[in-house]
Design a protein around this ligand. Sequence first.
Ligand SMILES: Nc1ncnc2c1ncn2[C@@H]1O[C@H](COP(=O)(O)OP(=O)(O)OP(=O)(O)O)[C@@H](O)[C@H]1O
Length: 600
Amino acid sequence: MARTTARYEERTARLRPLRSVAPYVLRYPGLVAAALIALTVAAGTTLTLPLAVRQMIDNGFTSADTTFVANYFFLLIGIAGLLALASASRYYFVITLGERVVADLRRDVFSHVTTLSPAFFDAALSGEIVSRLSADTTQIKAAVGATASVALRNVILGLGAVGMMVVTSPKLSGLVLAAIPLVVLPLVAFGRAVRRKARQAQDTLAGATAYASEQISSVRTLQSFTNEGLVTGRFSRAVEAAFDAARASVLARAVLTFFAIFTIFASVVMVLWFGSHDVLTGAMSPGALGQFLIYSVFAAGALGALSEVWGELSQAAGAAERLTEILAEKPAISAPASPKPLPATGKGAIAFERVTFAYPARPDLPALHDVSFSVKPGETVAIVGPSGAGKSTVFSLILRFYDPEAGKVLIDGVDASDADPAALRARIAIVPQDVTIFAASVRDNIAFGRPGASGAEIALAAKDALADEFIDRLENGLDTEVGERGVTLSGGQRQRIAIARAILRDAPILLLDEATSALDAGSETLVQTALARLMEHRTTIVIAHRLATVLKADRILVMDGGRIVEEGTHESLVSKDGVYAGLAKLQFETGASAFRGAAE
Ligand SMILES: Nc1ncnc2c1ncn2[C@@H]1O[C@H](COP(=O)(O)OP(=O)(O)OP(=O)(O)O)[C@@H](O)[C@H]1O
């Protein structure tokens, strides 16, 4: 008994996550009710069929009255019509419900994921999140739709059939009930083995697919290293392994099928044997025996179907669990209950007051130590420093992607953690080092800076960013599609789209992470001119990699090891002969001519 309880708990524990899907289902009571009615009617009509068969055997063939037979067949046609209608409606309502629920789930999970803080994405794999969004939701769709209805239908059918068996012949029913464990227990055990093998096949296939998609997405690297043969060999080994796993699963299933069919038919024959004995002695009518037999076939079929959907339901429960995990994830950064409004007239003042910060992924290794500085509205400040000095981290804190452990980040005099992150970010435009271009039109890519901007505003932003020069030459101008990650654009063109995006945003604060990769002289001049326009009348913090940029800055902050180690103008810092002087010598050596040009 204790073991049964334990197993029961284990089972409910495995299906429990499906409960989280219930609120989604209950949002559509009309659909649920229609599905339930159709289901019950379909199962009910199916259960009347054996009664009809009994009537036929016991009365139909012996009756001389042909009208009885005719009426009887009309009735049968009516039942068939009802059964067909109920089954079709069941299919429609149940599948629609599944599709509806999964659409809502997908939308909720996606919109929730977009609100999660960067700290979450530091630890999560984006590929895995996407797979949860597509594969896991699809599994739930199957569960809510087809599987749940098959389960429910078979529970109704199974219970109905068993009930009717008992009514028809208690004695034969007792016999069947005694035989059930003999049939079912081995089937359950076999079913487990089949599921385990099927799971292995799925996992192996998932591995092969992941490998293929990784290689296809980096096909240029693959071909340039002429590794086609190597990669294909590895993939085909993975596919062969998946095939072997699938064959093992199919074999187990074939054995299961043999066993199931044989034992079920053997028991039916046994029942028939006992039953026919009763018919011969007159204890039972032939029709009643036929009726009993059909009910037992129904019951056996229902049992078989239930054992199959069990596996599918537990898979869906796993999927629901993974989705619930994501939905339960709270954003580390959120708006306080009553956010402090930023001053309406703010011009983009930024101040760091003794800020210390460590990334959640590396709590014992602070990326910023006691950093203080302030930037006045309209000022241009360059940050320079060796790789890993903490320059990008300063940007992340201004954008409030993370909160500092100690100290404050003030934007227009308001502590960033008291403000609504959305209001704060609305004051900031960013031009990152690696520009993100989406697989959309040039227009949509620029409009990402301010959704809802008019066509004229977008065109003007493109012009101010000096992007019109190449956009006009594109096949469809602003409406040209740029391909995945903007593959059809050059580096300089991508940067100018990013600048146009920032111009369109028209925010008082500009965060600029200068590209490290050198462009050809022509593109470089275009990009620099566009940037100079963008920086006008804005507070700008620029992570600088070019001498020309640091020379133009009002002030330079030199960072090293998460601290600000020097501060001043280029001349004052060079004459100090400290970190900056060394860095300038190393980093800007190639720009020496630019330095001369600018200084003269
Ligand atoms: N998301 C993150 N999670 C954990 N540690 C991080 C994360 N991002 C950066 N770091 C660490 O924080 C430190 C500062 O990184 P940051 O990106 O600010 O440097 P940087 O000065 O911008 O460097 P680079 O010029 O190379 O871009 C580095 O030691 C880096 O390894």
